[in-house]
Design a protein around this ligand. Structure first.
Ligand code: FAD
Length: 326
């Protein structure tokens, strides 16, 4: 069987979408685990044949406890492939689980396929300059898949089985005594449909205002390249897109003064339509842009803002071009 676990519902649905494909190819059932209860019917509607709902006293994520729970469930069945949601918790969980099950593990997989009965997992390596293809030679094959790598299947009324399991956890040497939510800026680039993204082409922090103005007209979210968030700290890390930042999949991605290094591309290559503005005609971003303006962002951004402000038909235009491409 193929087993899916993610501590985030949307991510679990994305994994179930890919899991369904792999399970059908291997002709095995697709199962999922929910720890602490939740949307079991939705899991089935998104592709799971069987859902294990673990009723346990666990309140907060702790990798050693969660990996024990999963190992406990997996022991009772023949798991061929285990897909774990590739967020921070999932990466920690997957490696522990792999050690417990003496299994192979590939984290941050960007593409998953089968070579006969063997799983092939692709992963970006050498700072984004190469892609390694891992071929599993043992089972189970444990893979973590980052958010928005795959689309969830459209939810439909499906038949499936829900099994409730009570698992008592043992005493662990460490205990979480308090959890404080990080005060986020309520920016969620990963969920954004339109992103206006800026890079080192900006000369000073105050100029971000121009980017924000364009984003506001387009009802878009502001994104940025690594230097803007990590080095210059002009925007928070919530806006950072790329290999070491957020992976995004908007309908429209506007890259302003971004050169398009492979590490940035790794985070936005799944955008439906890419528009780039760069004064260097040889900038790598143009190789993957659908539309390009070779020019100065300080001229192009006010012009684009003015055009979009005056022409109310922009949304229809975006819909038309993105749907044409799909
Ligand atoms: P630059 O490469 O400096 O490009 C600026 C661009 O702006 C140039 O193309 C220039 O022609 C153009 N420009 C300048 N002035 C103007 C103007 N007035 N009008 C129009 N165009 C103008 N980067 C990320 O973005 N995300 C990541 O997650 C990430 N992770 C990394 C992980 C590792 C392990 C490593 C080694 C690097 C990572 N990087 C990441 C960094 C990455 O390699 C690049 O350095 C970075 O993406 C460059 O950002 P940039 O395009 O904004 O800046």
């Amino acid at each position: 069987m193929v087993l899916v676990y993610a501590d985030d519902e949307q991510l679990a649905y994305e994994l179930l979408g890919k899991g369904r494909e792999i399970a059908d190819e291997l002709q095995v059932p697709l199962k999922a685990v929910i720890i602490g209860g939740g949307q079991e019917k939705e899991y089935i509607n998104h592709g799971a044949d069987k859902v294990f709902v673990v009723e346990s006293p666990l309140q907060h994520f702790k990798a050693e406890e969660y990996s024990d729970v999963l190992a406990n469930i997996i022991k009772e069945m023949e798991a061929k492939v285990i897909l774990i949601g590739g967020n921070k918790n999932g990466r920690e969980l997957a490696s522990r689980l792999a050690a417990q099950l003496n299994a192979g593990c590939v984290t941050d997989c960007i593409n998953l396929s089968l070579d006969g009965n063997h799983v092939l997992a692709e992963k970006v390596v050498y700072g984004g300059n190469a892609i390694a293809i891992h071929r599993f030679i043992s089972e189970p094959s444990i893979v973590t898949i980052p958010p928005r790598t795959y689309d969830a299947l459209p939810a439909g009324e499906r038949e499936g089985e829900v099994i409730r399991k009570k698992i008592d956890t043992k005493e662990y040497p460490s205990k979480i005594v308090n959890v404080e939510e990080k005060k986020a800026e309520s920016v969620n680039v990963e969920a954004a449909e339109i992103i206006v993204s800026c890079g080192r082409g900006l000369k000073k922090k105050e100029d971000i205002q121009q980017i924000e103005e364009l984003a506001k007209i387009l009802k878009a979210t502001v994104g940025c390249s690594r230097p803007i968030a990590a080095d210059l700290k002009w925007l928070s890390e919530d806006h950072w897109i790329g290999l070491s930042g957020h992976k995004v999949k908007p309908r429209l991605y506007i890259a302003l003064g971004i050169s398009g290094q492979i590490q940035h591309i790794a985070g936005m290559r799944d955008s439906d339509i890419v528009v780039a503005v760069n004064k260097d005609a040889d900038a790598p971003i143009f190789k993957m842009a659908d539309y390009g303006i070779v020019g100065d962002i300080y001229e192009a951004v006010p012009l684009l803002t003015k055009e979009f402000k005056e022409k109310l038909g922009w949304l229809e235009f975006i819909n038309k071009v993105t749907f044409q491409k799909r």
